[in-house]
Design a protein around this ligand. Sequence first.
Ligand code: GRF
Length: 191
Amino acid sequence: MNNQMIQKIAIFASGSGSNAENITRYFNNSDRVFISLIVCDNPKAFVLERAKKLNIPTAVIKPQQLKEEGYMQSILNEYKIDFIVLAGFLKLIPTHLIKAYPDKIINIHPALLPKYGGKGMYGHHVHEAVVKAQEKETGITVHFVNEHYDEGQIIFQAKCQVDAKDTPDDVADKIHKLEMEHFPKVIERLI
Ligand code: GRF
């Protein structure tokens, strides 16, 4: 397999990294996709522990450095990144990255966009809002990333039921299962 064919992915994550780990394990023996780098904006994030265990190189960046085109390009070029996957990355992606990776940056959101999206709607805040609104269903959305939080073209959605007795934690568990099941496959189909 000539290695030009291998798509090199950088995963951007800010928190626990369960999606980053799941994606990395899924593509472990792939001859078409290689998880080359994990970029993280929080030096204390558990995703860095996971990356160490998985032997994935990491780049810990300061919020200001994300906005510096030269700095980010030097990191992404060093690892010859073809595609960027946001998995629990909380910062807005700067325009310079959107331009450098047109239709090559995707994000997973733990709700059925366009509902429950936008600035501040992440993690538990989303599940609390879904339960508070007494929604009958929720789910995950994978979408292309543009200059606005959670507004890019939708690629994939999967749904789950919300029962009247469900707490935000119950919803979080159902969402987590959908993410583990679907996200790697969505990436594989896309690449
Ligand atoms: C996931 O719920 C994802 O949908 C959202 O952030 C969370 C990341 O979780 N974007 P983890 O860090 O991958 O465990």
